[in-house]
Design a protein around this ligand. Structure first.
Ligand code: AMP
Ligand code: GLY
Length: 426
């Protein structure tokens, strides 16, 4: 079977690594891929936004299954395009991908189908938004409606901070059109978890719960990033809570999307706050999480390729989906300055040494080949991932691996997984 992965970051490296383990796969391609992915797949120089070139490639090479990583091509309708050419593709349609592409759409679905979430209002003019913030008080959350690469959210501790955020998004347009509508919502208290779930339009099967670390600095301080590390399973969601999450959140969402005429296939990502009143949705994403995928897939013991087929074919109910009892931790090594301005092109040393430990896998997030060197080519550069019999062992192995890797001005959090340890200790 010939498989194509669309994307070129750490999530796609984890996907390509897992897909390459399938005995069903004879040829694996990745567009555009990266030097890490090149070890498992043939990298094809097509950007993820060039849908016409991607579909032409899939037709020419007779690709049997395409797996789409990032939200951008999904929200542009790559799945609809591949479907229209009779090509099998794993991911939601353009209509279904609105769950991520428009926060206002997601909130409408949550309201209509009674999915627990923060109380909220949507605004298209700054003055009404500001009046609402004054009425509600702080803390309060201000969100740009459209896609803003995970950075369009301000958890404001004061009314002034909220007003500044509204003006920046709506008047100064710091996120462009993504900020012409804002959602203002109640600040939820608790600990977060990411639940990724396989979906076939009617059946939903959650994967092991994971936890991201969005803030750039230790102790969850500093500005938000795309994610500075992750671990799974996340003990904030004990095993008994997963059926409740399926019953109150995932299944109502799938049933609702089907009723709306946009059946949901692919990965549904529910970003949850586990509050004193139970799990509530912070956001839905329409794809695998990054870096959550890098800690979830190493725990999947089943072949992932039949699962992708089952999602496409509507036969997920019969699929075999099994998990190991191990734990997995991934530490993001980022470029100096990220999530602000950073330089690229720093040579990276030590990945091979780090991977001598068989429990370690270094997924490439933002790298490129430059002559004989692999160099930095993005904000998030590497996802240094380790598996262990428990979270403590996985943390030790991941940070030991990090200590072998070097590039100029590398920075990373030293507390990835700490919340899990605290929960297990007390
Ligand atoms: P989002 O892009 O919607 O995932 O938001 C980014 C981050 O902002 C989340 O991971 C949370 O840490 C925080 N956040 C978003 N919405 C809320 C909320 N209603 N209450 C508390 N924190 C939130
Ligand atoms: N880790 C956050 C995301 O994938 O959106």
């Amino acid at each position: 079977m010939k498989v194509l992965v669309v994307g070129g970051g750490g999530r796609e490296h984890a996907l390509a690594w897992k897909i390459a383990q399938s005995p069903l796969v004879t040829e694996l391609y990745c567009a555009p891929g990266n030097p890490g992915i090149a070890k498992h797949a043939e990298c094809i120089d097509i950007p993820v936004t060039n849908l016409d070139a991607l579909v032409a490639f899939a037709i020419e090479r007779k690709i049997d299954l395409t797996v789409v990583g990032p939200e951008d091509p999904l929200s542009r309708g790559i799945v609809d395009l591949f479907d229209s050419k009779g090509l099998k593709v794993f991911g939601p349609s353009k209509a279904a991908a609105q769950l991520e592409a428009s926060k206002a759409f997601a909130k409408r679905i949550m309201d209509k189908y009674k999915i627990p979430t923060a109380k909220h209002e949507t605004f298209t003019d700054a003055e009404s938004a500001i009046a609402y913030v004054r009425e509600q008080g702080a803390p309060i959350v201000v969100k740009a409606d459209g896609l803003a690469a995970g950075k369009g959210v301000v958890v404001a501790q004061s009314i002034e901070e909220a007003i500044d955020a509204i003006r920046a998004m709506m008047s100064d347009k710091v996120f462009g059109d993504a900020g012409s509508r804002v959602v203002i919502e109640e600040c939820l208290l608790g600990e977060e978890s990411s639940i990724l779930a396989f979906c076939d339009g009617t059946t939903v099967v959650p994967m092991v719960p994971s936890q991201d670390h969005k803030a750039v600095n230790d102790g969850d301080t500093g500005p938000n990033t795309g994610g500075m590390g992750a671990y799974a399973p996340a003990p904030v969601v004990p095993k008994e809570m997963l059926p409740e999450i399926t019953r109150t959140i995932l299944q109502p969402c799938l049933d609702g999307m089907a009723k709306e005429g946009a059946p949901y296939k692919g990965v549904l990502y529910a970003g949850l706050m586990i509050t004193a009143q139970g799990p509530k949705v912070i956001e839905f994403n329409c794809r695998f999480g990054d870096p959550e995928t890098q800690v979830v897939l190493p725990l999947l013991t089943s072949d992932i390729v039949p699962i992708f087929h089952a999602c496409c074919d509507g036969t997920l109910r019969d699929a075999t989906i099994e998990w190991s009892n191990d734990s997995c931790v991934s530490v993001v090594m980022a470029s100096g300055g990220y999530p602000g301005v950073f330089e690229k092109g720093m040579p990276i040393k030590g990945i091979e040494v780090a991977e001598i430990n068989e429990a370690v896998k270094v997924f490439h997030a933002g790298t490129k080949q430059s002559g004989g060197d692999v160099v930095t080519n993005g904000g998030r550069v590497l996802n240094v991932t380790a598996i262990g019999p428990d979270i403590r062992g996985a943390i030790v192995s991941a940070y030991d691996a990090v200590s072998h890797i070097y590039f100029q001005r590398a920075h990373y959090r030293i507390d990835i997984g700490k919340k899990a340890l605290q929960r297990l200790t007390y």
